[in-house]
Ligand binder design. Structure first.
Ligand code: B12
Ligand code: SF4
Length: 493
C-alpha cells in the first residue's frame, strides 16, 4: 500500500513569511506536523511519501506511485486542498482527508472518499481496521479527546528539514480559557492534555539527531495551560536537555497571565524560550468583557508585555478590532498601544466568527452573519460578521492601523522600543553563515534598494553601538518588517 501524504499550499499571508524566507533561502516556515504525526500512526507495511506543496511540487510521478492520498490542512489552505483533491481523483486515487479544515467543514468536501476527522489518535485506527476488512466508511468522528500519552513521535524521516525555517513540536492541546471567538476549546477541549516530559525529550532528540540546530516552535494552544507540570517536570527537563546542545531555541503561544508568574517566566527563559505569541486582542476593557477574555481584563497590558520582554521573551501579539463595544476611537487607541508596547510582530485582524464557536452561534441567532465560513486568514481584512460600527468604517480604520504600524518609520521605531527593553535571553546570537548572508541580502534589498533604507541603517547603527549582541535579532526583525509591509501593500492597503 503506497500512501502519499500531501500538505496543501498556504496563500501569501502574514503567517506565510514568504517575503522573509527568501532572505534565508528557506521554502516554508514550518513543517506539516499533523501529517507527520498521522504518518507515524500508519502500519509499518505501508510505504509513505510526503509532499508539502509549500516546498516541493506535486509531481505526476508521486501521484502515479500512490494508492491513497492523505490530505490535511487548515482553512486558509482550502483552495489548494480542493485543487489537490481534484488532481488525485482524476488520477484515480482514493482520497482520505483530516485535520482542522475538514473537521470544521466536512460538508464542503463531498468528493473526498473518507473523512477521518477530529484527532487521528481516535479516528484513524477505526478507519484502518475497516480498510483492512474491506468496508471503510465515508466519515469517522470522535466524541471525546485523546490521551496525548499515546501519540507517537512525528515521522521526521519524511521531511527535508533544511527547507524549513523552524521545526515544530507539540507538548499539549487545549486551553483552560474560554474566549468566545476561539475554536481551540471546541476542537481540543478545556483541560490541557499533555505529553510527558520523556515524550517531549524523545521528540527533541530525534529532531536534534537529524541535524537540526535552530528554532523549534512548541505549537501548543496555550503552553502554560498546566503550570505545575511545566515547573516540576517539563522545564527542568528542557534545561537539562539543552545543556550539551547547540543552536536550539524555542518559541510558543501562551496567555498573558504568564507575566504574573516570575518563577515560570524565569524557568522558560532558562529552558531556551526566546519568544512567545500572546493573544492580547484589544486594549478596550469592554471588548474583553464582551468576548469573555477574562484573563486579559483589568490589567496593565503594556506593563505585562514589558515584564515578559525584560525577562528575555520577545512578545508577538494577536489583536482584534470590530467588537460591538469598539467605537471609532479604537483604531488610534490600538495603534498607540502597539507602538508603546514594542510588540514588533503585531497580527491585527477583524473579528471573525469561526463555525462552532459561541460567537458564531450568538451572531447567527441575531442574524448578523455575512457568511457561514471564515477565509482562514485572520489578517486579510475579511470577516463573516456584520459589525456594529458598519463594515466601511471598520475597513477604513483597519487600513489605517495596518498602514501606520507597518510603515517603515513606525515599524523601525517599534523595533527600537523593543530592543531597548529586551532582557538577556538564551537567544542564539551567533553570526553564522546563514545570518551573515541574511545580513548581506537585507543590506542590499532593504538598506540600498528599499524605501526604508534610512530607518534600516539607523537601526543597525544604533544596535551595533547600544546592543551589539542583538544585531542578528535586529536584522531578523527588519526582514520580518519587509514581509509584513509587502503583504499589507498587496492585500490590505
Ligand atoms: C502551528 C499552527 C499554525 C502554524 C502553521 C504551521 C504549519 N505549517 O502547519 C502557523 C503559525 C503558520 C499558523 C497560522 C494560522 N493558524 Co494555525 N495553528 C497552529 C496550531 C497551534 C498547531 C498545529 C499543529 O501543528 N498541531 C499539531 C498536530 C499534531 O495537530 P493537527 O495538525 O491538528 O493534526 C491532528 C489532527 O488534526 C489530525 N490530522 C491532521 N491532518 C490530518 C490529515 C489526515 C489525512 C488525517 C486522517 C488526520 C489529520 O491528526 C493529527 C493528530 O491528532 C493549531 C492549533 C492546534 N492545537 O492544532 C492552530 C490552528 C490549526 N490554526 C488555526 C488558524 C485559524 C490559524 C490562523 C488563521 C491564525 C490564527 N488565528 O491562529 C493562521 C492561518 C495561516 C495563514 N494565514 O497562513 C486554526 C485552524 C482552524 C481551521 N478550521 O482551519 C487552529 C486549529 C487554531 C484555532 N484557532 O482553532 N497556525
Ligand atoms: S486563551 Fe487563546 S487559545 Fe485559549 S480560548 Fe482564548 S483565544 Fe483560545
Amino acid at each position: 500500500m503506497n500512501v502519499l501524504l500531501i500538505y496543501p499550499k498556504f496563500p501569501d499571508t502574514f503567517w506565510s513569511f514568504k517575503y522573509a524566507l527568501k532572505f534565508i533561502r528557506k521554502k516554508a516556515a514550518y513543517p506539516p506536523l499533523g501529517l507527520l504525526t498521522v504518518a507515524a500512526m500508519l502500519p509499518d507495511e505501508f510505504e509513505r511519501r510526503l509532499v508539502d506543496v509549500n516546498v516541493d511540487g506535486l509531481s505526476e510521478d508521486d501521484l502515479s506511485w500512490a494508492d491513497f492520498a492523505f490530505i490535511g490542512g487548515m482553512a486558509v489552505q482550502r483552495e489548494s486542498a480542493r485543487q489537490i483533491i481534484a488532481r488525485c481523483k482524476a488520477q484515480g486515487l482514493k482520497v482520505i482527508a483530516g485535520g482542522p479544515l475538514f473537521t470544521a467543514e466536512p460538508d464542503a468536501f463531498e468528493d473526498v472518499d473518507h473523512l477521518v476527522l477530529d484527532e487521528a489518535e481516535l479516528t484513524l485506527p477505526s478507519f484502518l481496521e475497516d480498510l483492512k476488512n474491506g468496508h471503510p466508511q465515508k466519515i469517522y468522528r470522535a466524541s471525546g479527546f485523546c490521551d496525548l500519552g499515546h501519540t507517537p513521535p512525528p515521522a521526521w524521516d519524511l521531511v527535508e528539514m533544511k527547507k524549513y525555517a523552524s521545526m515544530s513540536i507539540q507538548f499539549s492541546r487545549g486551553c483552560p480559557f474560554n474566549c468566545d471567538f476561539c475554536n481551540v476549546t471546541v476542537l481540543f477541549g478545556h483541560r490541557p492534555r499533555l505529553k510527558s516530559d520523556e515524550q517531549v525529550i524523545a521528540e527533541l532528540d530525534r529532531i536534534y539527531d537529524a541535524g537540526w540546530r535552530s528554532n523549534i516552535f512548541f505549537v501548543d494552544d496555550n503552553f502554560i495551560g498546566n503550570k505545575r507540570y511545566l515547573k516540576t517536570r517539563l522545564l527542568p527537563a528542557l534545561i537539562e536537555w539543552r545543556q550539551d546542545k547547540k543552536g536550539c531555541v524555542f518559541f510558543t503561544e501562551a496567555s498573558i497571565n504568564l507575566a504574573d508568574d516570575a518563577e515560570l517566566l524565569d524557568l522558560m527563559v532558562k529552558a531556551g524560550f526566546d519568544s512567545v505569541f500572546i493573544g492580547i486582542e484589544t486594549p478596550n476593557n469592554d471588548s474583553l468583557t464582551e468576548c469573555q477574555k477574562i484573563q486579559n481584563k483589568n490589567r496593565n497590558l503594556i506593563n505585562d508585555v514589558k515584564i515578559l520582554q525584560r525577562a528575555g521573551l520577545q512578545v508577538q501579539g494577536g489583536f482584534i478590532v470590530g467588537f460591538d463595544s469598539d467605537s471609532p476611537s479604537i483604531f488610534q487607541q490600538l495603534v498607540d498601544f502597539i507602538q508603546k508596547s514594542g510588540i514588533v510582530t503585531a497580527m491585527v485582524g477583524l473579528l471573525q466568527a469561526p463555525p462552532g464557536t459561541r460567537l458564531f452561534d450568538r451572531l447567527k441567532k441575531d442574524n448578523r452573519l455575512l457568511g457561514m465560513t471564515i477565509s482562514g486568514d485572520n489578517v486579510d481584512g475579511s470577516t463573516n460578521i456584520d459589525p456594529k460600527m458598519g463594515l466601511d468604517q471598520l475597513m477604513t480604520g483597519y487600513r489605517f492601523i495596518m498602514g501606520y504600524i507597518y510603515s517603515p518609520r513606525h515599524y523601525y521605531r517599534r523595533v527600537k522600543v523593543f530592543l531597548k527593553e529586551f532582557g538577556n535571553s538564551e537567544a542564539d546570537t551567533r553570526i553564522d553563515l546563514q545570518r551573515f548572508l541574511a545580513f548581506f541580502r537585507s543590506s542590499i534589498r532593504l538598506g540600498i534598494l528599499g524605501k526604508e533604507r534610512f530607518h534600516y541603517w539607523r537601526l543597525m547603527t544604533w544596535t551595533l553601538v547600544r546592543r551589539p549582541r542583538l544585531l542578528p535579532l535586529a536584522i531578523t526583525l527588519a526582514i520580518y518588517g519587509y514581509h509584513f509591509r509587502r503583504i499589507c501593500e498587496i492585500h490590505i492597503l
